[in-house]
Structure formats: structure tokens, C-alpha cells
Design a protein around this ligand. Structure first.
Ligand code: ADP
Ligand code: ZN
Ligand code: ZN
Length: 727
């Protein structure tokens, strides 16, 4: 009798393993990647087949080599508790009841699920769902007292005019793309492309970092790498940080590769995403452009993965499984014999270090813009000095005069308001009280419109108090300006120039679908215009007539209690500076700051990464932060603070014991402590931060404590390996 290892689609820590089921002799279609209906305890459940285990009888004699990091369990007929009994001979295995779907993934996909679950200590079922189309899988749901199977409705495929036309082969697609390559590569691009091409052809999972200044022509190198991959009969996946923000990049891929491009992003409906997913699986679309999760599309024969702006934090998923797309892509490239191309003007410190340490990671530099234009001059403006000399405006005088000059010439300006963190809040000048969200323990953000306070985590809104709730003082200062306030002041400044368009891009104005593209189109129209926005405008924009970039407050981020804040500030200034002077006209960048001496700002203004690293790396080394160590953050949360505390302390003792027994002295655990944001959406939050050597086998040392712990009904535990945020 055949047996298979099945992951149950039940998100409970206690069931986070594979279960062995028998396949009845007369049942067809049970394959790796299928959804199957199984009995589990007294209920029915959907499961996903992870592996063939072979013959049940021999399996009972000898532990099978199940390719899953979590030891599997068996499901026996007389085991009604559904907890999986220990292995004993001569018990009858439960059988698969029916097959619910064609395979969603193959053996490579099963291995990928296994890898992510292992590397990030993540629940298997959450990893399975990375590879299944959202909202299109069968579910078993509880209806009154019955468990009921719900299958997704069969979708009628839209009747497509050329549905019967034969698909273009990869070779034909490559030839067409080749004809659209209108310019010669620069010498730097040629070198970069030669390296990438060699890696695509070698097919050994090499990684190439294209370390190229903004406008150096990285995208053109990606396009040619994809063309080469198609010539070899292999598909491509391109990840961009946030697809809605990069309509220009997406349209470049579409104009080069035509209808074979599938675009996947979070603002599509599930049905739209599913159509794309199917088209990729069937081989109709050979180039996928999308956000982080597009990495898991079912691309047959993968030749190259491109990750643009690889330093962006959007590549890390902040819910289970908490994977980093860059690291998963590197694993996939090895597995599929593909190449991974990373591109950035400000590569992450981790990636730069890896290129030095690992011979299969190659760095190629593009230090100049493709059109030969110089990088724009960056000037740092000391805002304390501005204030001292009598200016009360949020715009320095130099910025105002440069803005008028740019607009006089009919050109455009970009103004960036760095809102990450606690940019705008209310503070009592008498007692220092800052209103916080009662359920999230973060300071509330002040919104000009409606004079409201809002919580950015849970969305709670309330009127701003007229006096301090703590001491009654009427002197409440509104700190940090929101985009609305900057817009109002800007309109005031430009009151005599009604012809100048002011386009504001922030979370409020871009809430609706397609809003980004509409706003960018408006900005792009010929003539004078100002684009005002949050850090979302720092990336990807390529407008020829932007001659001025102003950073209103470069240092808000530097004040955050986060070891990456200097790196993020450096990146942000470099990236936004790259929006200026891309075309025929010279560009200029003005950076307003209260910390003009900070190395991150000084080095970014000089385009001097070495100077930044010489300052930053010794600090990281001294304090024990990446890239010198790896971090694991174990999060514990629930609605009762005593329970959370108890679980966190118990877990921390467990972890410290395993670290002592298994891992070694160069590991440290900082013990259980409340998180910086110790309350979020009503949950109390504790964490355990662990520092490990860079080459440590994190999963092996920590998994026993995490996977082996007793599940708690009201307290959740999650592991964040290589966390980007420790708040
Ligand atoms: P990056 O991705 O590095 O920011 P892009 O690929 O967007 O750079 O290139 C910047 C601009 O230079 C684009 O308008 C692009 O069309 C142009 N460009 C790229 N490569 C070349 C080249 N070899 N010759 C001339 N123009 C180029
Ligand atoms: Zn007060
Ligand atoms: Zn809140």
C-alpha cells in the first residue's frame, strides 16, 4: 500500500507536522502538491501531499526518510483523538478520503516549503499557502456543528480573442525582445551583463549584485538577462518593492516582452491573480513581474530571478512565514540551476558582506549614469541655524529660492517628507505627555484634516484634545509635519503660481486602486509641478524634467531606536537624490536636517558609501549587530499580560538551555523582555532576542524549544529569523 506525508490545513501549533496517510489502491491522482480530504481525529480536514513515503508495511518497520524537518506522525484508524499515535506495528493507517485538486506544486515546491519552514521556524501550513493561489483552494469549515467541505467555484475562462493562437516559444519571445533593444550597452552595463549572462548560462545558482547608482541602467541589464534566459528556454521572475509605485518599470518589461509578461500584485482581485497564476503554470506567461509573493508563482523551468532595489524592507514578510525574499530566492536559484540578480544603488550591508565572503556571490559596479550625466549636487542645510537666523518656515530659504527657479524654468520638483516612525505627534510643553493609542502603546499621529489623532497600527481615530489630558495645560505642540500640513504651506508659498500643479502622494491619497499611476501621470504632464510625498516617492521615478529634490526632514529616522536607522537614512537620501537631474537638465538636491554632522547624511550627500561604512561597521561590530551576528527575535503575544510574561519567561529558559547544550558560547540570549511596542491592537507583546554567529545553524538549535513547546490556548509564539524590525 502506498503512503503519503500530508500537511494539514489547520493552523495550530500542535498539528504543525506531516501526517502519514495510506492511499487506497483504487484511488487515482494522489500526487505531491495535491489537496486531499482526510479524516483527522473526529473531524475532516484538507491536507496537502508533501511526499510519497512508499510502502506502508516497510515504513512501519523502519523510520522512513521523510524529507521534512519536523518529524512526521502517523494517523491510525483507532486514534480518535487525532493527535497521532506513536509508531506501533500492526495498526491500520487512516486512508486519504478523496483527492480535491490537481497539484498546486511539485517536488521542488515541496522542498521549498520544507526549506522555508525550516529556515524561518515557520508553521508548515503557512508555508504551503505561499505556493497555492489565494482564495482558490478547498477548505473545510465549521457550519453549526458540522464540518463542511467548500471547493472554490470553477472559473469560466474568459473567452479571449486569440485563445486558440499558438503560444510563442521562448526562443521567439527572446528574438522579439532582441529587436526592441534600441541602444548599445554602456561599458559598465556590458561588464555587468557579461557576468550575469555567464551565471545564467552556467546555471549553478550564482548571485550577481549590480551595485549601480540611480540611472546607471540596471533595468536594461535585467531586461537582457531575461532575454538570455528565454533564449535558453527558461522563464524569469522579477521582484520590485511595491508594484503600484513602479508603473514605469513594469511598463518597460511589458513593452520589451509583450503579452508574455504576467503582473502580480496585492491590489489585484483574487480572481485576477488566479488567472495570472494559471497562465504562468500553463507556460503561457514566461516573465512574471510582481511584489514579494510573486517569487512563488508556478513558473516552469526558471532561468533567472531579478530582485530590484534589493535593500528594501518590503522583501521581508512581517507575518508567518517571516521569510526574506532575497534569501529564499538565493535558495531557489541553487535548486533550479538559475541565476539571481540583485540590483540597488544602496545595497544592504548584508548583501555587500556576502559578496566579499561567498565566492558564488558576485558584485559588479555601475558607478556612472547610463546617459553620462553627473550625479546631482547634494547640499545639507542645517535647520537649527535657519531657525536661529529667524526663519520660521518649514522650508529653508535656499530651498524656497531653488524651488521658484525650477518652476520659473517650467521644470519639476520632488519634495520628500520622511514619515517613517513617529514623525508627527502631539507633546505637552508643560509635562511632556504624549498621547498614545490605548491598545497599541505607540504615540498617536496628528492629522491636520479634522484635527484628529490616529493610530497607524490599528486605525483608531479620535479628536485631538484641546488641552493636555495629563495636566490640563493648553500648550500642546504638534511635532513633525504631516504631508497635509506641508501641502498647505507649499500652496501658501506658491499662491501666486496657480499654474503649478501640486501632487501629493501618501497613504491617504493612494488608498484606492490605480491612484499611484493616476497621480504620477498628473505629475508627468509637461510643465511646472511639485510632487510632495512620503518615502514611497523615493524609488523608481524616472522623469527627465525633475531638477530639484528637497528632503524636508532627513533625520526623523535617525532618532528611532533601531540599529538600522543610520543605514536607512543613508539609503533614503541616496535614493531620493537619484530622482533629480536624470535627463538633459542639471539636478540639485537639498537636504534639511537638525543633525547636519551625522555621518549618514554627510556621506550620502557626498555619495560616499565607503565613508558611511567606515563609520557604521565598527559600531555594529561593537554592539553585536548584523552583519557580524545574526538575530532571532522570538515574539510572544496574547491578551493577558501575566500569561504572556509567563510563557515568554518559560520559553526563554528553554531556549537558553538548548543554546547552552547545543549551540555554544558564542550565542547569546538577551532574555525575555517586553517589546518596545509592548501593546499592539490589544495584545501584550514580549520578546526574546538571540544573537548567533553568522554561520550558525539557527533552526537546529532553536527548533526544539519552539516546535517542542506545549501549545498555549491564549498565547501565541512566532519566530522572526533575521528580523528587520525589533520594535
Ligand atoms: P536604473 O535602473 O539603474 O535606475 P535605468 O535602467 O532606469 O537605470 O536607466 C536610466 C535611463 O537611462 C533610462 O531612461 C534608460 O532608458 C536609459 N538607458 C539605460 N541604458 C542606456 C544605454 N546603454 N544608453 C543610453 N541610455 C540608456
Ligand atoms: Zn501636560
Ligand atoms: Zn492602535
Amino acid at each position: 500500500m502506498r503512503t503519503v506525508a500530508v500537511v494539514l490545513d489547520i493552523q495550530t501549533q500542535a498539528l504543525d507536522t506531516t501526517y502519514t496517510y495510506a492511499v487506497p489502491d483504487d484511488m487515482d491522482g494522489v500526487q505531491v502538491g495535491c489537496a486531499v480530504l482526510v479524516e483527522f481525529g473526529r473531524r475532516r480536514a484538507v491536507g496537502y501531499v508533501m511526499a510519497e513515503e512508499g510502502d506502508a508495511d516497510s515504513f512501519l518497520d523502519e523510520p522512513a526518510d521523510v524529507p521534512v524537518s519536523v518529524p512526521g506522525r502517523m494517523c491510525f484508524v483507532d486514534d480518535m483523538r487525532g493527535e497521532g499515535a506513536p509508531r506501533e506495528k500492526k495498526q491500520e493507517l487512516k486512508a486519504v478520503l478523496s483527492v480535491l485538486s490537481a497539484p498546486y506544486f511539485d517536488e521542488d515546491g515541496a522542498a521549498l516549503i520544507e526549506y522555508i519552514a525550516h529556515a524561518y521556524l515557520a508553521p508548515l501550513s503557512s508555508c504551503v499557502h505561499l505556493l497555492t493561489p489565494a482564495g482558490r483552494t478547498p477548505k473545510v469549515v465549521k457550519r453549526e456543528d458540522c464540518w463542511e467541505l467548500q471547493k472554490p467555484a470553477r472559473r469560466r475562462k474568459a473567452k479571449n480573442a486569440d485563445a486558440d493562437a499558438p503560444l510563442a516559444t521562448d526562443a521567439e519571445l527572446a528574438r522579439r525582445a532582441h529587436a526592441l533593444e534600441t541602444f548599445e550597452l554602456t561599458e559598465g552595463q556590458r561588464r555587468a551583463f557579461d557576468t550575469v549572462r555567464a551565471c545564467v548560462e552556467r546555471g549553478c545558482g550564482d548571485v550577481v549584485l549590480i551595485d549601480g547608482v540611480t540611472g546607471s541602467g540596471k533595468t536594461e541589464v535585467y531586461l537582457r538577462a531575461i532575454r538570455r534566459s528565454l533564449e535558453l528556454g527558461r522563464g524569469a521572475i522579477v521582484l520590485v518593492p511595491e508594484i503600484a509605485l513602479t508603473p514605469q518599470t513594469v511598463s518597460r518589461f511589458e513593452s520589451r516582452f509583450g503579452a508574455t509578461v504576467a503582473v502580480m500584485h496585492s491590489r489585484m482581485t483574487q480572481a485576477e491573480r488566479f488567472d495570472q497564476w494559471e497562465a504562468v503554470r500553463r507556460g503561457e506567461r514566461r516573465v512574471v513581474v510582481g511584489a514579494r509573493s510573486a517569487l512563488f508563482c508556478p513558473m516552469p523551468s526558471l532561468g533567472v530571478i531579478v530582485i530590484d532595489e534589493e535593500h528594501e524592507s518590503t522583501y521581508k514578510q512581517e507575518s508567518a512565514p517571516r521569510y526574506h525574499a532575497r534569501d529564499v530566492a538565493a535558495w531557489m536559484a541553487k535548486r533550479h540551476g538559475a541565476a539571481l540578480v540583485l540590483g540597488s544603488a544602496t545595497p544592504s550591508i548584508e548583501t555587500l558582506c556576502r559578496c566579499k565572503a561567498d565566492p558564488s556571490w558576485h558584485r559588479v559596479a555601475l558607478p556612472e549614469r547610463a546617459n553620462g550625466k553627473p550625479m546631482p549636487e547634494v547640499r545639507v542645510i542645517d535647520m537649527a541655524r535657519e531657525f536661529g537666523s529667524g526663519s520660521r518656515s518649514m522650508f529653508a530659504r535656499e530651498l524656497v529660492s531653488d524651488l521658484h527657479a525650477a518652476l520659473d524654468a517650467g521644470r519639476k520638483a520632488v519634495l520628500l517628507l520622511n514619515q517613517r516612525g513617529f514623525a508627527s505627534f502631539v507633546l505637552c510643553r508643560d509635562c511632556g505627555f504624549v498621547p498614545e493609542c490605548p491598545t497599541c502603546s505607540v504615540s498617536l499621529t496628528y492629522h491636520e484634516r479634522g484635527n484628529m489623532l490616529a493610530c497607524h497600527h490599528c486605525g483608531r481615530r479620535m479628536p485631538a484634545p484641546p488641552a493636555c489630558p495629563a495636566c490640563g495645560s493648553p500648550y500642546l505642540k504638534k511635532f513633525g509635519a504631516g504631508t497635509q500640513r506641508v501641502e498647505a504651506e507649499l500652496r501658501n508659498l506658491l499662491v501666486d503660481r496657480p499654474e503649478v500643479r501640486i501632487v501629493r502622494m501618501d497613504a491617504d491619497t493612494t488608498a484606492t486602486r490605480d491612484a499611484h499611476a493616476r497621480l504620477l501621470d498628473e505629475f508627468a504632464r509637461p510643465g511646472a509641478a511639485v510632487l510632495l510625498g512620503t518615502q514611497m516617492i523615493a524609488k523608481g521615478l524616472d522623469f527627465d524634467d525633475v531638477v530639484l529634490v528637497g528632503v524636508i526632514d532627513a533625520d526623523t529616522q535617525l532618532r528611532l531606536p533601531d540599529f538600522r536607522s543610520a543605514e536607512r537614512t543613508f539609503d533614503l537620501v541616496e535614493q531620493v537624490a537619484g530622482r533629480a537631474g536624470r535627463g538633459a537638465f542639471e539636478g540639485r538636491v537639498l537636504v534639511q536636517t537638525y543633525m547636519p554632522e551625522s555621518c549618514a547624511i554627510q556621506a550620502a550627500a557626498a555619495y560616499d558609501r565607503r565613508r558611511f561604512l567606515v563609520d557604521e561597521l565598527p559600531k555594529r561590530k561593537l554592539l553585536g549587530y548584523p552583519p557580524y551576528v545574526r538575530l532571532v527575535n522570538i515574539l510572544v503575544w496574547g491578551d493577558k499580560v501575566e500569561e504572556v510574561r509567563e510563557v515568554a519567561i518559560g520559553l526563554s529558559e528553554q531556549v537558553e538551555k538548548t543554546i547552552r547544550d547545543v549551540a555554544g558560547e558564542d550565542w547569546t540570549s538577551l532574555g525575555a523582555a517586553p517589546c518596545a511596542i509592548d501593546k499592539l491592537r490589544g495584545n501584550h507583546r514580549w520578546h526574546i532576542l538571540i544573537k548567533t554567529p553568522v554561520d550558525a545553524d539557527i533552526a537546529a538549535a532553536i527548533a526544539p524549544a519552539i516546535r517542542g513547546r506545549r501549545a498555549h490556548k491564549r498565547v501565541n509564539v512566532a519566530c522572526d529569523v533575521d528580523p528587520l524590525s525589533l520594535l
